[in-house]
Design a protein around this ligand. Structure first.
Ligand code: HEC
Ligand code: HEC
Length: 212
């Protein structure tokens, strides 16, 4: 097995073990502090009183749910997009393990996410315009994936945030081209939406939504 392949297996195993409420390895806030510095977050988010174009560190670092923070990270993409891609700088990649540490540093804990309200999740799915691009069980837009596909990242706030972090720049670019307003998330909306998608994927007929 190549190192790359065994790493992939390790990551998948880690996600799978994280399916329950307890993560496979304790998230490390100190490692998260290093991620925060390495990914340039500190460039825009400085401690209160120091210059920075984003909200002060103390404002983004507080007790919160992981899905809630995933929603906040999703929200702040357009302003970061302008500041990175817009200036020719590379978009910082953040893997799932790094994201878990980063979330621990920022005070996010999956245990603080509420049990999802599936009805509200459905409303959120429509309101946020996901189906203008994607389908749910083949109803909606043409962009893959179908959101009822089974995904490990629906099971963990950190894994979901990492996926969204990597892909939102592309989504945002498409939203601009198609004149779709970039959706923002508040409160429990992300937790409810992912709860809905997880439940849709768990009951999706096998083979109806082929994997990527
Ligand atoms: C180029 C500057 C810039 C960088 C780099 C940056 N941010 Fe931000 N961030 C902002 C601005 C500006 C806002 C407030 C405006 C907004 O929410 O869109 C913000 C808002 C936020 C929020 C609150 C969003 C909300 O909806 O409450 C969080 C959390 C956050 N950033 C985390 C991070 C993390 C983590 C990183 C590093 C991976 C990072 N930021 C990197 C500029 C930046
Ligand atoms: C403007 C179009 C657009 C909208 C709106 C949109 N997406 Fe996407 N989405 C994309 C594109 C484009 C990709 C493919 C990105 C790529 O090439 O990797 C994608 C990829 C994804 C992926 C796969 C990421 C991966 O790494 O496997 C998921 C999951 C996803 N979107 C969920 C959502 C959800 C949930 C919403 C609503 C909150 C949403 N998308 C709204 C365009 C959109």
């Amino acid at each position: 097995m190549s190192p790359r392949r065994s790493l992939a297996v390790l990551v998948v195993t880690t996600c799978a073990t994280a399916l329950g409420s307890s993560p496979a390895r304790p998230q490390d806030p100190e490692a998260g502090r290093a991620v925060f510095a390495a990914k340039q977050c500190a460039r825009c988010h400085a401690p209160r009183g120091e210059p920075g174009v984003g909200p002060a560190l103390e404002e983004i670092r507080r007790p919160q749910g992981q899905m809630e923070l995933a929603g906040r990270l999703w929200n702040h993409l357009p302003s970061m997009f302008t500041a990175t891609i817009g200036t020719g700088a590379a978009w910082p990649e953040i893997g799932a393990a790094e994201m878990a540490d980063l979330m621990a540093y920022l005070g996010a804990d999956g245990a603080r996410d509420p049990a999802p309200d599936l009805f509200k999740g459905q409303v959120t799915l429509l309101k946020k315009g996901c189906l203008k691009c994607h389908s749910l069980r083949r109803e909606g837009g043409p962009i893959r994936p179908d959101l009822a596909e089974r995904r490990a990242d629906y099971e963990s706030g950190a894994a979901w945030a990492a996926t969204m972090w990597t892909h939102t720049p592309r989504m945002a670019a498409m939203a601009v081209r198609r004149g779709i307003a970039y959706p923002r998330f508040a409160g429990d909306e992300m937790a409810n939406l992912i709860g809905l998608l997880r439940s849709a994927s768990a009951t999706a007929p096998r083979g109806a939504a082929p994997g990527r």
